[in-house]
Ligand binder design. Structure first.
Ligand code: UD1
Length: 419
C-alpha cells in the first residue's frame, strides 16, 4: 500500500478561490458495505475519487458483487447469496472494511472478517461491535486473526447500551438490526452526520429506524430490504480542512456544497481565532485577514469537536498568536504527527492526551512524513504557512481521504506538486 509518492509544498500563498466539497469518505464506505443487505442493483452518487472507495469495491467484488464505477456514480449489483469472508490483504488496508460484518451476519447468517489491526492513532478495539452482535443473538469469537460471527437462525432485536458512542459499533449494530426479528434499541449511540446518512440510506432500502442523530436509535426489524439509490452526504472533514486552510493562510475560500450545520463547533472556534465565516447560497465562505488567535480545543464525539480535525487545529495553533491547549478524548494517541510539526519549527509539548502549543510567527520548511490521512492534511496546511519548501512523504495516506488535493490547492494559488 505504501508508495514513494510525496508532496512538495512551497509556503507563503494566501489561498483564494472556490472549491466544491465531495461526498464523505466516512459515509460512502459504509453505504457501500450496507448495500450487501439487499440483492440487486444499488446506486450511490456523489462518490469521491479516493483510494478507499477502490479498496471497498475490491472487497465487495470478492464477496460476489459486481461493482461499476463511472465518475461519481457507483453501482453495486449484489448477488442473492454473497460470500462471507473479508480477507486480511484487503481489510488491513482500511479499517472501514469491518463495516461488512453487520450486513453479512444479518443477511448471510455468517461472517469472517479479518481484524483490521493497529493504527497510527491508537489500538481501536472491536469489543463493542462484537458484544452488540452477540446481544442480537449471534455467536462471535476471534480465531486466527478473524472475527467469526454466526447467526444461522437469524438475529433477534434487543436493547443495547454502548459504553462509548462508537461510530463503527453503532453502524455495525444498526446494519445488523435492520433485518433482526423484533425491535432493537441502541442507547448512547453515535450521532455523527455520516451515521445519519447511513441510517437514511437504510430507510430508503425499506428499514424502519427512528432517532437518527440522537443518542437513542430504535430499529424495528423487517424481513427483507430492497436496493436503492442514494447521494452521499458532503464530507464535513474536508469542508473543515478547507476552512482551516483559509484561516491559516489568511486567505478567502468559498466552499460549495459545505454543510455548516455539521461543523458548528469547528466554525465557532475558527471565528474565535479571528476568521470571518459566512453562509453562501450553497455552502460557506471563510476569510481571514490577520494572524489567528490561539484556540483551546477538546475533541469529543459529535456534536463535539471532531477528532479528525485535530491535526488542523494543532497546525493553526502552531502559527497562532498565543498559547493553546488541545486535548484528544476519542483516540488513544493521535499526536504522533506532532514530531513532524516540531521539525517545521512548531513549539509543542505533548503530555498524555494534551498538546500544549506556543504559537510562533512562522514555521520553516523541512522534510516530514504523513502518519495517517488527517495528519497528512494537517502537515500540508502547516507546509503552506512555512517559509521555503516542505516535502511530505507517504502521500498515499492523504489520497485515502482527499480527492485531488494537490490540484485543488494549486487552483487556490498554492505551490504544491507531487513527485
Ligand atoms: C470513525 C471514523 C474516524 C473518526 C471516528 C470518530 C470511519 C472509517 N472512521 O472511526 O475517521 O475519527 O469515527 O469520529 O468512519 N472503541 C472501542 N471498542 C470498540 C469500538 C471503538 O474501544 O468496539 C474505541 C476506539 O478505540 C476509539 C473510540 O472508541 O478510542 C472511538 O472509535 P469509533 O467511534 O468506533 O471510531 P471508528 O468508527 O473506528
Amino acid at each position: 500500500m505504501a508508495s514513494l509518492d510525496r508532496f512538495r509544498v512551497v509556503g507563503g500563498a494566501h489561498l483564494r478561490g472556490e472549491v466544491t466539497v465531495t461526498g464523505a469518505k466516512n459515509s460512502v464506505l459504509k453505504l457501500m458495505a450496507a448495500s450487501l443487505l439487499a440483492s440487486g442493483k444499488t446506486t450511490i452518487t456523489n462518490v469521491p475519487e479516493i483510494a478507499d472507495v477502490n479498496i471497498m469495491s475490491d472487497l465487495l467484488t470478492r464477496l460476489g458483487c459486481s461493482v461499476e464505477h463511472k465518475g461519481s456514480v457507483l453501482t453495486i449489483d449484489v448477488p442473492e447469496t454473497p460470500g462471507h469472508r473479508a480477507d486480511y490483504d484487503l481489510v488491513r488496508k482500511m479499517r472501514a472494511s469491518i463495516n461488512v460484518l453487520g450486513p453479512l451476519v444479518a443477511r448471510v447468517g455468517q461472517a469472517e472478517v479479518a481484524l483490521p489491526g493497529g493504527d497510527a492513532i491508537g489500538s481501536r478495539g472491536l469489543d463493542f461491535h462484537i458484544k452488540g452482535l452477540e446481544t442480537l443473538g449471534a455467536k462471535a469469537h476471534i480465531e486466527h486473526g478473524y472475527v467469526i460471527a454466526e447467526a444461522p437462525n437469524g438475529l433477534v432485536g434487543a436493547a443495547i447500551e454502548l459504553d462509548f458512542p462508537s461510530v463503527g459499533a453503532t453502524e455495525n449494530i444498526m446494519t445488523a438490526a435492520v433485518l433482526a426479528n423484533g425491535v432493537t434499541t441502541i442507547d448512547n449511540a453515535a450521532r455523527e452526520p455520516d451515521l445519519v446518512d447511513l441510517g437514511e440510506f437504510l430507510i430508503s432500502m425499506g428499514a424502519k429506524i427512528q432517532g437518527l442523530g440522537t443518542p437513542l436509535i430504535t430499529i424495528t426489524g423487517v424481513t427483507q430490504l430492497h436496493p436503492t439509490t442514494h447521494a452521499t452526504i458532503a464530507d464535513r472533514i474536508i469542508t473543515g480542512t478547507w476552512a482551516f486552510a483559509a484561516a491559516m493562510t489568511r486567505g478567502d475560500i468559498t466552499i460549495h456544497g459545505a454543510r455548516a450545520q455539521d461543523l458548528e463547533l469547528p466554525l465557532e472556534k475558527l471565528a474565535s481565532a479571528g476568521a470571518i465565516v459566512t453562509s453562501t447560497a450553497d455552502g460557506i465562505r471563510v476569510r481571514m485577514d490577520t494572524r489567528p488567535q490561539a484556540i483551546d480545543v477538546s475533541t469529543l464525539p459529535y456534536p463535539g469537536f471532531p477528532t479528525d480535525l485535530l491535526p488542523m487545529v494543532i497546525a493553526l495553533n502552531a502559527i497562532a498568536d498565543g498559547h493553546s491547549l488541545v486535548t484528544e478524548n476519542v483516540f488513544e494517541s493521535r499526536f504522533m504527527f506532532v514530531n513532524e510539526l516540531i521539525r517545521l519549527g512548531a513549539h509543542i509539548s505533548v503530555d498524555g492526551h494534551h498538546a500544549s502549543i506556543d504559537g510562533v510567527n512562522e514555521l520553516s520548511g523541512a522534510p516530514v512524513e504523513a502518519t495517517d490521512i488527517r495528519a497528512g492534511a494537517g502537515l500540508i496546511l502547516a507546509a503552506l504557512v512555512s517559509e521555503g519548501e516542505t516535502t511530505i512523504d507517504q502521500a498515499f495516506h492523504v489520497d485515502r481521504g482527499y480527492p485531488n488535493f494537490a490540484e485543488q490547492l494549486c487552483q487556490l494559488g498554492a505551490q504544491v506538486s507531487r513527485e
